[in-house]
Ligand binder design. Structure first.
Ligand code: PLP
Length: 377
């Protein structure tokens, strides 16, 4: 049995997405910009998909702009917001625990002369509203705080943070990276009150290479790409219809049983945590465990790559910190104050709505075997 427990890195595309992708590749391959029947059919598919993704986010279809994924959405939001607001001020606030798709664009803006405050997380991985309020300045033009963290599973109080920014009469635009939050918690952009929000298709059982940026109605940003004027002139390029339709199909499928799936993931997460604690009393399980799908785990004294290899030999797949930071210590767990040996032995187990109890049992068995093998006991 393959135990795929690396769903925060990427997910298996669901059947509904695969069906839609195949249909678009083989039947509806017209260009939505073409003015013949096939083009118009493709355009209808595009409209339908945009409406579906908008419904998942709780906004109007015109506020959804398709991108190539979470990284592009984050980059576009950050660079264009900084550019749009640059005359009002040069101060940006983000957190130390953001994904590199946010941290690296912000670091680039810092090189370009913006001043950046990186908020530290608390021991449980969350960042407090007070920390943000204390950092706000009259010249703060952008706040970017993620909704759910991809390594710790911490959920940030984004709605209250947006309120704090507005109450402070600060001009800042608020961006949130919701890549790990979509379909892992009820999400409503209007309730959150954010100006910009990033999501990604391959984290929700959709295809890779597709994501979306929510841009609040009325907010005018610079285009990401210039060209044929697709996506309201803001993100030119022929729309990748198979990915777009697959992303929308994955949204529809996930929406159907959202609350039940969240409850089930939480139950399985708690089951795994309880049994890891029983089987490996020395295991460190840091953070507040708020996201239903992420279990950060450290086995002090054992290196994470070794754990991953041992697990892989048993067909169990997990990752060390975030999958994209191969071999490096997790900047998230480091900011949360974990010790060096905890950081070196950190792995991330991540669930999906398709995860089964037997997979978690196999993972725990494999962890115990890995520990015995690696500590020679
Ligand atoms: N933001 C977060 C929180 C993520 O977890 C990821 C992916 O790991 C990204 C952004 C990047 O998304 P994508 O892989 O779609 O570019």
């Amino acid at each position: 049995m393959t135990c795929y427990l690396d769903n925060a890195a990427t997910t298996k595309p669901c059947r509904e997405a695969v069906v839609e992708i195949t249909r678009m590749l083989t039947e509806e391959y017209g260009n939505p910009s073409s003015v013949h029947r096939m083009g118009m059919r493709a355009e209808r598919e595009l409209k339908k998909a945009r409406k579906t993704v908008a419904a998942a986010l709780g906004c109007e279809a015109e506020s959804v702009y398709f991108t190539s994924g979470g990284t592009e959405s984050d980059n576009w939001a950050i660079f264009s917001a900084a550019q749009a607001m640059g005359r009002k001020g040069r101060h940006i606030i983000t957190t130390q625990v953001e994904h590199h798709a946010v941290l690296n664009p912000v670091r680039e803006l810092e090189r370009q002369g913006f001043e950046v405050t990186y908020l530290a997380p608390q021991r449980d991985g969350t960042v407090s509203v007070k920390a943000l309020s204390d950092a706000l300045r009259p010249d703060t033009v952008l706040v970017s705080v993620m909704l759910a963290n991809n390594e710790s599973g911490a959920v940030m109080p984004v709605m209250d943070m947006v309120r704090a920014v507005r109450a402070a009469k600060c001009p800042a635009l608020f961006h949130t990276d919701a890549v790990q939050a979509l379909f892992k918690m009820p999400l409503d952009v209007k309730l959150l009150g954010v100006d910009l929000l990033s999501v990604s298709g391959h984290k929700i059982h959709g295809p890779k290479g597709i994501g979306a940026l929510y841009i609040r109605k009325g907010l005018r940003l610079k285009p990401m790409f210039y060209g044929g004027g697709q996506e309201g002139g803001l993100r030119s390029g022929t729309e990748p219809m198979p990915q777009i339709a697959g992303f929308a199909a994955a949204c529809t499928a996930a929406q159907k049983s959202l609350l039940k799936d969240i409850a089930q993931m939480k139950e399985l997460r708690d089951y795994a945590v309880l049994n890891i604690r029983k089987a490996l009393p020395e295991a460190v399980l840091p953070g507040a465990m708020q996201s239903p799908h992420i279990i950060p785990l450290a086995l002090p004294g054992i290196r994470s790559q070794g754990i991953i290899n041992c697990l892989q030999d048993r067909d169990v797949y997990v990752s060390s910190g975030s999958a994209c930071s191969r071999g490096k210590r997790s900047h998230v767990l480091e900011a949360m104050g974990l010790s060096a040996s905890e950081l070196d032995g950190a792995v991330r187990i991540s669930l999906s709505r398709f995860t089964e109890k037997e997979e978690l049992d196999a993972m725990i068995k494999a962890l115990v075997a890995a520990k015995a093998q690696m500590s020679g006991s």
